[in-house]
Design a protein around this ligand. Structure first.
Ligand SMILES: [Zn+2]
Length: 289
């Protein structure tokens, strides 16, 4: 039977911790390597609803993308959400492992999964790793044929998992796009790079008003801003396939469940419809003092 240690070893081979950013925390967070595993749950965020799902499923191991304690902690009491999360897992003997920036850069990682999902081929990393240029952060490649930004946005919206954020699209809707840069999760820092690399459009998440606005004003690539969770989630089914394939190759039983719980902080998206004309209170000439 498989155990936590064996699966942790596979993850280490596919997503070596040495490829993670120096500030990151990746690996086995809780649990014993000797614990037998027949069922694994995969999720993006280490949050309580996901821990509850793992316990309900009887999964002996939970693998998340995001770290639980990136900056360390002195307390794991159940006074706060992270304490309840980790205590619940320990109490039920459920192991927790994460792969974060080491999964972002990998050849079958978060960036590649997003590129594949939105139809970007012939990809190379946006930021090649110095040790191995075939891996790295983000991906840039091309579509099978150029299409208008408005049409590509429809493709992206139809491919990303459903969530409250949807996507935001910036730039000329009739611009033809064929070279596409993608980076799952927060992508502000690669805005300029996407332009330098010759992208027509950059697909990412968490873009802020000023960086995005200034980027477009400067004539940079068009922007498609999805949500953090939705742009990283496409990696989970890829990982599930790899885990099940490896287990089958070793003649072991392993059920891998991908959590479909959307762990965005938001639950709904409403398009605002208030009228700027009604809201503007410009005093008329006659009433001005
Ligand atoms: Zn992330």
């Amino acid at each position: 039977m498989l155990d936590v240690g064996t699966i942790a070893q596979w993850m280490l081979e596919w997503y070596p911790p040495t490829t993670a950013e120096s500030w990151d925390r990746v690996g086995l967070i809780a649990g014993s390597r000797a614990t037998p595993v027949t069922r694994v749950l995969l999720a993006i965020d280490p949050v309580e609803v996901v821990a509850e799902q793992a316990v309900q499923l009887g999964a002996q191991m939970l693998i998340t993308h995001h770290p639980l304690y990136l900056r360390g902690t002195s307390f794991v009491s159940e006074d706060d959400a992270k304490g309840r999360f980790i205590s619940g897992l320990i109490r039920t003997n459920t192991a927790l492992l994460n792969a974060h920036t080491n999964a972002d850069v990998a050849s079958s990682g978060v960036g590649q999964a997003l590129a594949d999902l939105v139809g970007v081929a012939d990809t190379v990393p946006m930021v090649p790793s110095s040790d191995d240029p075939s891996i790295g952060l983000g991906r840039i490649g091309r579509l099978s044929s150029p299409i208008r930004l408005r049409d590509f946005a429809i493709v992206v919206a139809g491919a990303l998992p459903a969530g409250p954020n949807g996507i935001l699209v910036g730039g000329d809707p009739d611009r033809m796009v064929s070279t596409v840069a993608v980076s799952g999760g927060s992508g502000d820092s690669f805005l300029e790079l996407a332009g330098d690399l010759g992208a027509d459009v950059y697909v990412t998440a968490d873009l802020r008003h000023h960086p995005a606005s200034e980027h477009l004003e400067d004539g940079g690539p068009a922007l498609i801003c999805g949500s953090h969770w939705a742009t990283e989630w496409p990696w989970l089914p890829v990982l599930a396939g790899a885990l099940e394939e490896r287990a089958a190759a070793q003649g072991e039983q392993l059920e891998v469940v991908v959590s479909q719980i959307c762990t965005e902080p938001w639950f709904e998206h409403l398009t605002t419809t208030g009228s700027t004309a009604d809201l503007a209170t410009v005093p008329s000439e006659g009433t001005r003092a």
